[in-house]
Design a binder for this molecule. Structure first.
Ligand code: SAM
Length: 306
């Protein structure tokens, strides 16, 4: 012994390697393979991740959804394009990737992303019912498919105007084109949500798929900053992946790292931002994988937070 701690590298077993080769050969796992594949992923030691990636390297390119998340063609994971493909249940027609894409689309996390869009659409329908000319601010708007779905499906008399913020010009261009039928109802801002300043007030400040990338200190900072932009009776709703996300390990293995949080983490962060706990609640989409921190401004809380 030389006195150095012994690092045990388990490595993939021959059976696991053979199984991965078999999956690659047939363009990804089929339903009957999901359990075995997921078990390999969930039991990978930190030191086995590289070896695992080498075994599936032929799909780790932007032509597969898994590869898109891994290579990050726009410089960050979960870009507007990937999120849009999740909403569309997009699957490659190239047989090398088809089953991999179906597997990806069937992951609980992908279903939770689709659920959170539905949550937003329902929220906006209710908002339009109770408020004339409501104003909504969206932080990290991405493809704005959620906005598009609301505007396309809503048939009531009250309009909602949307102000979108995204720091990626490609996301802004994409969402502008997608929503060109709704000119006049949407304004676009290419800016970092940490830097945006507004003197307007909004009935809803919504953010999905953004705060999971922030550390607690930025999360707290943004709550304080945007709390002052909510109308009386307005609300801030922020989604965050739960620590119970069953797809978490798979996402980490393909280098898609999020700050998963519990409801109590979200309440603690709101408290750190000096938000009165009576104004704070939490909800989740049907799978319980995307949590929503809700902060409702009441007349009691009209003193600006500094
Ligand atoms: C995962 S997507 C979510 C898009 C959309 N909210 C949805 O749920 O469909 C995150 C978006 O946030 C944007 N984004 C990431 N960090 C940002 C920041 N600091 N300021 C503004 N936008 C940001 C990205 O460009 C991306 O379009």
């Amino acid at each position: 012994m030389n006195g150095y701690p012994l690092i045990l590298k388990k490595g993939l077993t021959e059976k696991e390697t053979e199984f991965l080769k078999y999956l690659i050969a047939k363009g990804g796992p089929e339903l009957q393979d999901y359990k075995e594949f997921t078990s390999i992923v969930d039991n990978l030691e930190h030191t086995d991740v590289e070896e695992f990636r080498e075994n599936i390297v032929t799909i780790l390119n932007k032509n597969s959804l898994i590869g898109h998340a891994f290579v990050k063609p726009f410089g960050y994971p979960g870009d507007f394009n990937l999120i849009y493909k999740i909403y569309q249940f997009d699957v490659s027609e190239d047989p090398r990737y088809t089953n991999w894409d179906i597997f990806f689309q069937n992951q609980p996390a992908a279903n939770a992303v689709r659920n959170r869009k539905n949550f937003f659409v329902e929220y906006c329908k209710n908002l339009a019912l109770r408020k004339e000319n409501a104003k909504v601010l969206i932080l990290g708007s991405g493809p704005a498919e959620d906005v598009n779905e609301f505007l396309t499906s809503y048939s009531g008399d009250n309009t909602i105007s949307f102000e979108l913020i995204d720091f990626d010009q490609c996301a802004i261009n994409f969402s502008m084109k997608k929503n060109e039928n709704f000119n006049g109802q949407i304004t676009y801002n290419k800016i970092n949500a940490l830097r945006f300043n507004s003197y307007k007030l909004y009935d809803l400040i919504w953010s999905a798929g953004l705060f999971d990338y922030f550390k607690d200190k930025h999360f707290t900072f943004l709550i304080r900053k945007y709390f002052n932009c909510i109308t009386e009776d307005g609300e801030m709703v922020i989604s965050n992946f739960s620590t119970k996300n069953p797809t978490r390990r798979f996402m980490e293995v393909i280098d898609w790292n999020l700050n998963h949080r519990t409801e109590s983490d979200l309440f603690r962060i709101a408290s750190d931002a000096n938000i009165d706990k009576e104004m704070v609640s939490a909800e989740k989409e049907p799978l319980g994988i995307n949590l929503f921190l809700k902060i409702k401004k009441t007349s009691k809380s009209l003193i600006p937070i500094t």
